[in-house]
Design a protein around this ligand. Structure first.
Ligand SMILES: *Cc1c(COP(=O)(O)O)cnc(C)c1O
Length: 351
């Protein structure tokens, strides 16, 4: 018989509406250049798909280590960082002990805790979308919290939490997971702490820098922590096509990634400015590749109006504290222009 825990769970839902301009999943708007694709195809041709992949992704861990400036013993790979979040919720403390999540944030932290029936301490962010430290410390003590997840920068609000507050909460004996999915766009990291400490790990991903289709997530931690967590990892969790493609792109495609990230970062600043110029729109600062904003109108209506104009972004108004808020991913300049123009028209039509 299925566990009653499943009754209260919901399957993960994501935005699947069809639209020509897709700015809803924080993907890189640029696909790989032709020459890189040719290199990949040549490598794939040599691959025996009847054989299991390298169970430890040895070569890929070397390449990723080199890319992020750590050694391969400090790296654990997942089928996306989502898988690594599951492992961490299993690995830290007992299931009767609490998981701390400052909200609103990325849903996987709560989902992984719920899946195991772990108690959660979800504390609403303050008016600047930073951690409410006083409230958090109070609840963490009450609920024997042993594990904390921080999206850094935070999805969907776009800001970086205060490092000091994360440190202060860690002092309560809380294992600290810093999810740096948007590291390439923020440049801020807890990597050095993760390499030294047994109570801190960093998560990265290839999903936001051009390889969302591969599902490669990265955990960076101290060697002793990584080798313990590795015991939970499913065998062959990174497929051989994913290993091969990631290796090619992270060794021969670095210029492509670097230039793409630069273009997106500069477009982010432009879109921020343009959004601020639209009457009635409140824009929140961003260190990621997306922007959160609020309009005077119902977010569902704004979302629908944009879809009718073939532009897909994400309605975030269902999350606590994000009334009338939507999140737009930064696209190519021409996509951003189409979005901005469509938004202006939708807002005029709703007025
Ligand atoms: C997009 C995102 C991820 C995605 O992880 P995958 O590697 O694609 O599973 C993880 N964390 C945050 C905060 C994200 O926004």
């Amino acid at each position: 018989m299925l566990s009653r825990r499943l009754n209260s769970l919901k399957a993960y839902k994501t935005e699947t509406t069809k639209a020509r301009i897709r700015l809803s999943s924080n993907e890189l708007p640029y696909d790989l250049p032709e020459d890189l694709k040719t290199l990949i195809l040549n490598e794939l041709k040599e691959t025996q798909l009847n054989r299991y992949p390298d169970p430890n992704s040895e070569e890929l861990r070397e390449v990723i280590g080199d890319f992020f400036g750590v050694s391969s013993e400090n790296i654990l790979l997942g089928n996306g960082s989502d898988e690594l979040i599951y492992y961490l919720s299993i690995a830290v403390g007992d299931f009767s002990q609490g998981v701390y999540v400052p909200v609103p944030t990325f849903p996987m932290y709560e989902i992984s805790a719920d899946m195991l029936g772990r108690p959660k301490v979800c504390v609403q962010l303050d008016e600047n979308f930073d951690i409410n430290l006083e409230k958090s410390l109070e609840l963490i003590a009450n609920k024997s919290v042993v594990l904390a997840y921080y999206s850094y920068p935070n999805n969907p609000t776009g800001n970086l939490f205060s490092k000091e507050k994360i440190h202060r909460i860690r002092e309560e004996g809380v294992f600290t997971v810093v999810d740096e999915a948007y590291y390439s766009y923020s440049g801020e990291s807890f990597k050095d702490e993760a390499l030294k400490r047994e109570d801190t790990v960093v998560l990265r991903t290839l999903s936001k820098i051009g390889l969302a289709g591969l599902r490669v997530g990265i955990l960076i931690g101290k060697e002793s922590v990584v080798s313990e967590l590795n015991k939970l990892r499913l065998p062959f969790n990174v497929t051989s096509p994913s290993q091969i493609i990631a290796k090619v792109v992270l060794s021969s495609g670095r210029d492509f990634i670097e230039e793409s990230v630069k273009k997106v970062t500069s477009e982010r600043e432009r879109v921020l400015k343009e959004l601020k110029g639209i009457k009635g729109v409140e824009v929140f600062p961003s260190r990621a590749n997306f922007i959160l904003f609020r309009t005077p109108f119902n977010a569902k209506a704004v979302h629908k109006g944009l879809v009718e104009r073939d532009v897909l972004i994400r309605d975030m108004s269902y999350l606590p504290g994000l009334d009338r808020c939507l999140r737009v991913s930064i696209g190519k300049p021409e996509e951003n222009d189409i979005f901005l123009e469509a938004l202006e028209k939708v807002l005029v039509s709703l007025n």
